[in-house]
Structures are given as C-alpha cells and as structure tokens.
Design a protein around this ligand. Structure first.
Ligand SMILES: [Zn+2]
Length: 718
C-alpha cells in the first residue's frame, strides 16, 4: 500500500465543507457579463441497496429444524445515479447548465495523451471516524483501498498538472462570468460552506471567493485561494452517515460526481456515503461490499445518466452538440442533460414474444464505438447495435446500469445477485467517455450470455426458452424449476456455490410483458401468469442464483462453498458437505440423502447439490467427503457415499462433473475419461461403511423422519 492509498484522516478541526456542482445558465442583464442559473447538482445520485427480502414459498414445515430455515437470500443493490435539476426563476435567462471548474485551458488539456494512471485522493468526513472500530477498520484498511486501487490500476487519464480546487457554492446558485474571465463570480457573496454530497469541502480545497455586485460590476476576490489538492486527478469525499436515504430499501451506499473540470468535462470530484447500519464486516459479505464500493466509484467517475451527454470522442470533441453556454441541452423529463444518438439510441424490438402473444419493446442502447465492438464480440452477434441499458427501477437505477436480463452478474447492473464481475464492456464504456483509457487486462470474464448469439441479445427470454426447448436443448442460462419444497438445489456455472432456480410464484399475475412462459413443468396453465423470476430488473426471467439460509429472518449462512462460515451445524450436515478453501459445488443424483441409525432413518427433503473439498492430481479429479477420497474417472460417474459420521450412517450419491469444470482447462490435471470397466474395477476401492446392527435394525420399529426445511425465497430483485 502506498501513501496515496492510505486514507487521509481529517483532524477534528478540519471541517469538511461541501460544494456542489453549481449550474448556471442564461444571459445576464448587463453587457459584458453573463450569468447562468443553477440546475440542481448531481449529488447523491448513486445508491447501492440491499433490498428488503421478499418472501415466497411456504412455511408449513419443519420438524426439528425450526431454527435453521432455508432462506433464499439475495442482496440487491441498486443505484441512483440521476442528477436532478432545479428551477431557478431569477432574471438571468432560462438556460440550465452545470458550471464546471476551470483548471487548465481546453487547448492545453486536450493535446495531452491519456497516459496518467488515475490518481484518486480520498478525504473522510468526521462521520467516518465515528464508525464502530471494526467497521472503520474494514472500510479504511481493506474495502476503500482495494476499490480505489482497482480503478487506479484500471484507468488512465490525461495528466492534471495543477492542483484541483473546487468551485464555491453561490447563494441561490447565482453567479457571473465576466467576459474573458473563466472563473465564476458569485452574486454579492459566497455561501459559507460548500458541500460535495453530505461532506463539507475543506476551505483549502476551494477556489477563492470571488464576487460581483448585484449588477455584475465591481468584481473582487475576497478570500485567498486554497492550496488545492496536489497530484490528484479525482477527489473522493467519503462520509458514513445514517441518512434518510440509507433507510430506503436498506441502501448500503450511494455516490455521485459533484464537479467537473471545464476543459473536457471530466468529473474531478465525487462523494460516497456509506450507510453505517448496512456495513457488514462478516468475511462472506466483504466481496459484495468491495464490489459495491467499486460500483459506486464508477458512477462518480463516469457511468452515470447525468454524464452521458458529456461523453467525447477520441479526439476530445463532444459527442453531443452544445448550446450557446457550451453545455448540452437539458431534458426536463429525464432531469438530465440530453445526450445525442451518437451516445445512446432508442431502438424498437419487434416480435417480442410474451405469454400467448407477440408485442414490441423499446430499448435504449449505448452505441459508442468501443462498447459496440465489445458487446458484439461478447454475444457473438455482428449486427448488435450496442449495449442495452436498464429500463426499470427508480430514478438512479433506470438508464444508469446495464440491463439485468442481458448482463446478470456484471457488476454495473442495478442489483447485485452473485459473483459480480467488471467486464470489458464496462471498461469500454469508460473508454468511450473520452476521459479514460482502460487497462483491459483488469477486466473480469463475464460468462453470462457469452457467445449465445443474436437471438439471446435481441429476443425475449420466453422466445429463447421456447426455441431451445423446441430443439431439445438446455434453456441455459435460464431455468424453469419452480422454487418450492421439496427443495432441489443445483450448482452455479462457476461451481462456486450451491444455488436455486429463482422462479417463484407471485400473488398476482405479472404484467403481460413479463409473462415469460406458456408452460412450466408442474404448474397448471391457469396459474402460469403468476410465475416469474424473482429479479424484476431481469424482466422476471428466471435463472440460477445463490441463496442464504435464514433463521428468524436473520441470515445464518450463505451458499458459497469457499467460506467456512457457511458450514452447516454438524447435526444438520446430512450430505457431509464441506465449506471452506478448496471447496466446490457438486451435484447429487435424484435420490434424497438418507441418515440411518439402528433405530431410525431420516431423509432430507432438500437435496440436489452440495459443497465438497476436492483435489486435482494424477490426471483426475478427487472428491473428498468426510476425509475419504473418491476419484472421478468419467463425467456423470455416480460416487456412492456411505459413511458413518456423528452417530449416523450417511447415504447418498455425488455425481462427477466434467473434470475441467473443477480443475481448469489445463490438460495436466484432467486425463480423458477412463473406460467404464476401469472405473468399475476401481469402484470397489471406494470407502464404504455399514451399520453394526444389520439384523436388528430392519424392523417395523424404524421411524422415518422427513426433515423438511422451510425455504423463504429471498431473491434479489425489485
Ligand atoms: Zn449503481
């Protein structure tokens, strides 16, 4: 960790002040000056949330397992990245633009190459130091440094050779810009404090207070300028206040940019508020928290509906025409500057199949060159226009994220479901801002939708599911197994987690455009309209998803294999699972697992898959169950498990996956499948226990206990 990465601790006396991006517009009454009026600043325009868990499923069950109910869990995040624009009814005309900070002249900045690794300087509000020590530690020592380092290593910018000083806020956002003077001058006085989000910007970060008289004359500078922020390309103000906004939908954090520089409109300051009550320091939650903070930073750096209109081409020229004040026009309906169709285009998708009908759907698509190139490569569709934006959710979710149906676990979708990745497509969007050059080696692989072709990208999920079914093919990446008891789990594609199909029953029929099935196995046709995926942002298309187990509405454990915290209590570990480092998800066969003593048999009515330790050696995959090793010789081989453990004989089956899915594509680890005869002879060597009471226990006194675990279906989604 270098010193830059260490968070600066503010002294108590170092009050943070705050400035918001002021917005000005219109011509002033006096010749030689003009003055613009403020739109509302783009502050607080991104929020990442955990949604309240929605409950689907039944509660009737439970015998001895009352305290560990099965819960589907989801963490939903969604972000509000919309800037809103206020009205100003003063006498300076009606133009509405956001005033930027003059740091260096346009012609000088533009001729620099994009070669400087992004330098982000972080400043804490006092509220951050009031966090409980364990939360402060995880934020200060782990999450923020890692999140910042990721973007600093990923993005290059044009070097900023002067210190950043932010504009001061003017009363009623009224300011003058004397001719041939690039700095803003407030009308009569400056506000006492300038904020960026919730944070008060320190005096030393600010431009001097420059004022003119009410008529725009007698302009003076009344305070010295601050030293500014040296050696930085972006200033990030962080607070940790339990604001009203934190209570809405269990928001984890929200963020936005607050000022842009004037030469090329690049955001130079932003803020994030971390909601203290939503910060979890549990090891299994840290990946999600880190991804959330990275997500918020990216909104402040460029992925925001309030910045699309400022995107520039490779030469630094605006992609959206500018008005007389040099800014894009404002669209009052969307409360943002209106972008041109060189950035985002509206497209009709005809022949959009829904239940029993065909309709059409209007989508908004990012069509900038690098995004278009990457998205065509990702889906393997040469004529795809670009990357579709989210069309659902509140202000701050809609249009400010990738469409969840098409990008599922891409980290810049509006809700977190599992295993978030920052893909080349998101980095391409950053390149297409004109402000950054990404290091694509930092991108993570997005498997969702990869090479699935134009049909996947252009058509409804119902269309995809129907056409695949008609050809007798898997409906992957979608699923159609209704979540209900008995619960049948499966593995995620990555085999990192036990998972479930998030297809659930809703109390009412879904809107027609979200009815994605004519047929669901086991569901009467009259009820099909009530069934859909639990993630609304994914257009209710169902897919395999991680979940958590809950007890009395409190998360007990998750379903990711790598975390020891997810280990079931020994008396509930019927399938002899192992959670921890070196564990992956393996499927069971169609039979339930069983536990026996000489007096009892019990079966567990949730089954389907589990987490097990494994080894890749001698050309084969070896599954380790309760310290016994079982070798896989071919795909689909059924490993019969019969082990006496914790007073019960555990009986079940684990199915061998393709070796490379666990061991990787490296040929050294996986030899070709052995012939079955070889496997059959090896089978005898597998470990095998029997109960010591064979004759005595096969009596009618056996008690069959069906252990039914309640599942609360808590899927991400809104
Ligand atoms: Zn977001």
């Amino acid at each position: 960790m270098n010193t830059r990465r260490r968070m600066k601790r503010m002294n108590e006396g170092e009050a943070m002040g705050g400035l918001i991006g002021t917005a000005w517009g219109g011509a002033a009454g006096s010749p030689g000056f003009y003055c613009d009026k403020e739109l509302r600043s783009p502050e607080a325009n991104s929020a990442r949330k955990r949604q309240p868990q929605s409950h689907h499923g039944n509660e009737q069950l439970s015998s001895e397992d009352k305290q560990e109910k099965k819960a589907f869990s989801l963490f939903l995040l969604c972000c509000c990245c919309l800037s809103s624009f206020g009205e100003w009814s003063g006498g300076f005309g009606g133009r509405k633009v956001v005033q930027h900070v003059h740091l260096e002249p346009h012609h000088i900045v533009r001729k620099r190459s994009i070669s400087q690794p992004l330098r982000i300087k972080v400043f804490y509000d006092k509220s951050v130091y009031r966090l409980p020590p364990e939360k402060f530690e995880v934020i200060n020592n782990t999450i923020l440094p890692q999140a910042l380092e990721y973007w600093e290593r990923t993005l290059l910018v044009r070097p900023m050779v002067v210190p950043i000083r932010l504009n001061r806020k003017c009363p009623n956002n009224q300011a003058f810009f004397p001719v041939n003077v690039s700095e803003q001058h407030c009308k009569e006085r400056c506000e006492n404090v300038t904020t960026c989000g919730e944070v008060v910007v320190p005096e030393e970060h600010l431009e001097p207070c420059r004022v003119c008289s009410a008529t725009g004359h007698f302009c003076t500078t009344s305070t010295p300028k601050g030293v500014g922020i040296q050696d930085a390309d972006f200033v990030f103000y962080v607070s940790a206040m339990q604001t009203d906004r934190c209570h809405k939908g269990q928001t984890v954090a929200y963020a936005a940019h607050c000022q842009q520089e004037a030469a090329l409109d690049r955001p130079i300051a932003g803020h994030a508020n971390l909601c203290p009550n939503s910060i979890s320091t549990k090891p299994q939650d840290l990946d999600t928290l880190l991804s959330t903070v990275k997500h918020e930073i990216l909104h402040a750096l460029g992925f925001s509906v309030s910045l699309y209109a400022y995107f520039r081409d490779k030469s630094g020229y605006p992609l959206t025409p500018r008005g007389r004040n040099g800014k894009p026009m404002v669209n009052k309906v969307i409360q943002a500057h209106q972008w041109s169709d060189r950035v985002i285009r509206e497209v009709e998708r005809r022949d959009w199949k829904v239940r029993g009908n065909v309709t059409q759907k209007t989508v908004k698509i990012v069509v900038t060159p690098r995004v278009q190139e990457e998205i065509r490569r990702h889906f393997n569709c040469a004529y795809l226009e670009g990357a579709e934006l989210e069309d659902q959710g509140e202000d701050g979710t809609v249009l400010t994220h990738w469409e969840k149906r098409l990008f599922e676990n891409e980290a810049m979708t509006g809700t977190h479901t599992q295993n978030p990745v920052y893909s080349r497509i998101t980095l391409a969007l950053m390149e297409d801002t004109g402000w950054y050059m990404p290091n694509y080696a930092m991108a993570q692989e997005l498997k969702w939708g990869k090479n699935l072709g134009c049909d996947f990208a252009f058509k409804s999920c119902k269309d995809w599911i129907d056409s695949r079914r008609a050809r007798g093919e898997s409906i992957h990446p979608y699923c159609d197994k209704v979540k209900k008891d008995p619960l049948e789990t499966e593995c995620t594609d990555s085999r990192d987690s036990v998972a479930l199909c998030n297809l659930v029953e809703y109390p009412q029929e879904l809107p027609r455009i979200f009815q994605n099935f004519d047929y669901i196995p086991g569901v009467p046709s009259a009820e099909i309209g009530r069934y859909g995926g639990s993630v609304s942002l994914a257009d209710y298309c169902p897919y395999i998803q991680e979940f958590t187990w809950k007890s009395n509405n409190i998360v007990v454990r998750g379903s990711q294999c790598q975390f020891p915290e997810n280990m079931p209590q020994p008396e509930k570990n019927f399938a002899l699972e192992y959670y921890g480092a070196g564990s992956k998800c393996f499927n069971h066969n169609k039979d339930m697992w069983e536990e026996r003593t000489c007096q009892q048999v019990r079966q567990w009515q949730h089954w389907g898959s589990g987490c097990y330790k494994y080894e890749c050696r001698n050309g084969h995959l070896h599954v380790i169950v309760a310290n016994h090793t079982y070798t896989c010789f071919h795909i689909g081989q059924q490993l019969k498990i019969q082990i006496f453990f914790q007073g019960w004989l555990h009986i079940g089956t684990i199915v061998c996956p393709p070796c490379h899915e666990i061991c990787g594509e490296n040929d050294v680890n996986c030899q070709p499948d052995s012939v079955k005869s070889y496997y059959a002879s090896s089978d005898k060597k597998y470990y095998y226990d029997e109960l010591p009471c064979r004759s005595m226990c096969l009596t009618s006194n056996w008690i069959v206990v069906l252990v039914l675990l309640t599942i609360l279906h808590h899927f991400l989604g809104r």
